[in-house]
Design a binder for this molecule. Structure first.
Ligand SMILES: *Cc1c(COP(=O)(O)O)cnc(C)c1O
Length: 393
């Protein structure tokens, strides 16, 4: 099939709910993807922070092909070894005391589960989230997502249980976290908004206020989790322990799976029938996630991400110094944002022409979230492209 044929089928038979690049990706390997004609691109998008081990990592391919040969799906009415192993693996990497896990299929579903758990556990009703946050597109997770551009047109479905505060505003936290608050739901680095890290004071204050008022601190690690920021979870940079953590994107290395990890005493609030999903924690998805965690441990990818992420960020900072079109360089590990106003989209086009896929978050920030196995030569190629682009501004 040629690109035009694929495009015609999309136009005829699919919802037009995405603005897509004129590129049909046919296969991938490491941090590279190839179009239908075999043209190569370096993938700095990685499914938006999903393909943490790159494309077609042999460990994931082996795990899911072997699992598919044994059993693809079985109901949660039964036990599977794969789900048991994933619970144990997540407890080994998530610094939450007595961590227990429950599985679902996406980031939005993980946040839904976290919110339901917090409300049921605290018997309170209000939830504090931040302007410009992103927590998903289901009705409750979209209610948590305080961005008019995503909520517009859906208001009747959205809940009035949410109190929106400015991100990183300590005083707003103090004003809005009250004895009626069931949960404070936060990203430690806002991803969709443009890679914006919170201050330590903000996250620590949220922790203290939740303790004081009896609310659950839910950290949304859907994008920042699984080593992305140079720690297993972004909140580890802040020296706090959440009550509930939601995760998805990188967890299955590309196979859809989400999870919440919570303190055992909180998790106990969910008894048989309280919550569930047909596919959640299915053995195929769990086999993939187990392979991701095992491989990341074996290859010390969290440490590598920390090291190459800080080197790369320093290189970018040096490169952009003299250029007024760049307003800020932000992020941690392999989650780097370069804020450059309307130049961001121009640079995205330029990189595309030179065979590199990048993404723009929040309209004005180049977001770099390559696979954690990205090679330095790929990073150098992007740096050269950025240098050339800036020198022409
Ligand atoms: C992507 C994302 C979500 C939503 O995940 P889906 O799998 O698309 O539902 C939630 N929170 C954050 C921080 C995200 O980046």
């Amino acid at each position: 099939m040629k690109f035009d044929e694929v495009k015609t089928l999309y136009d005829s038979y699919l919802f037009q709910n995405y603005g897509r690049e004129a590129l049909c990706i046919a296969r991938g390997e490491r941090e590279m993807v190839y179009d239908l004609d075999g043209k190569e691109y370096i993938d700095f998008v990685a499914g938006i922070a999903v393909n943490c081990l790159g494309h077609n990592h042999p460990a994931i391919v082996k795990a899911i092909s072997e699992q598919a040969g044994r059993m693809i799906h079985v109901s949660n009415l039964y036990y599977t070894k794969e789900q048991a192993e994933l619970g144990e693996a997540l407890a080994s990497i998530t610094p939450v005391p007595n961590a227990v896990s429950m599985f679902c299929n996406s980031g939005a579903e993980a946040n839904e589960a976290a919110l339901k758990l917090a409300v049921k556990h605290t018997k309170k009703s209000r939830v504090v989230t931040c302007w410009n946050s992103f927590h998903g597109r289901t009705s409750a997770s979209l209610s948590a997502t305080a961005q008019p551009k995503y909520q517009e047109g859906y208001e009747p479905l959205l809940s009035k249980a949410f109190d929106y505060i400015n991100y990183d505003d300590v005083e707003a936290l103090k004003a809005w976290v009250t004895s009626n608050t069931a949960a404070v739901l936060l990203e430690v680095i806002q991803g969709e908004a443009g890679v914006i890290p919170a201050s330590t004071e903000f996250i620590k204050t949220a922790r203290d206020l939740c303790d004081e008022k009896g609310a659950m601190l839910i950290i949304d690690e859907v994008q920042t989790g699984m080593g992305r920021t140079g720690r297993w979870f972004g909140f580890e940079h802040y020296g706090i322990e959440p009550d509930i953590v939601s995760m998805a994107k990188g967890l299955g290395g590309g196979v859809p799976i989400g999870a919440i990890v919570a303190r055992r005493d909180v998790a106990k609030t969910f008894t048989p029938g309280s919550h569930g999903t047909t596919f959640g924690g299915n053995p195929l998805a769990c086999a993939a996630a187990n392979a991701v965690i095992t491989t990341m441990k074996e290859e010390r990818l969290v440490e590598r991400t920390d090291a190459i992420g800080s080197t790369w960020k320093a290189q970018i900072e040096t490169m952009v110094k003299k250029h007024t079109s760049v307003k800020a360089v932000r992020g941690k590990g392999l989650m780097i944002g370069i804020e450059m106003g309307d130049k961001a989209k121009e640079f995205q086009k330029e990189a595309f022409c030179q065979g590199m896929l990048i993404n723009v978050a929040g309209g004005k920030t180049v977001r770099l979230v390559p696979p954690l196995i990205v090679r330095m030569e790929s990073i150098s190629k992007l740096n050269r492209c950025l240098g050339d682009f800036l020198s022409r501004q």
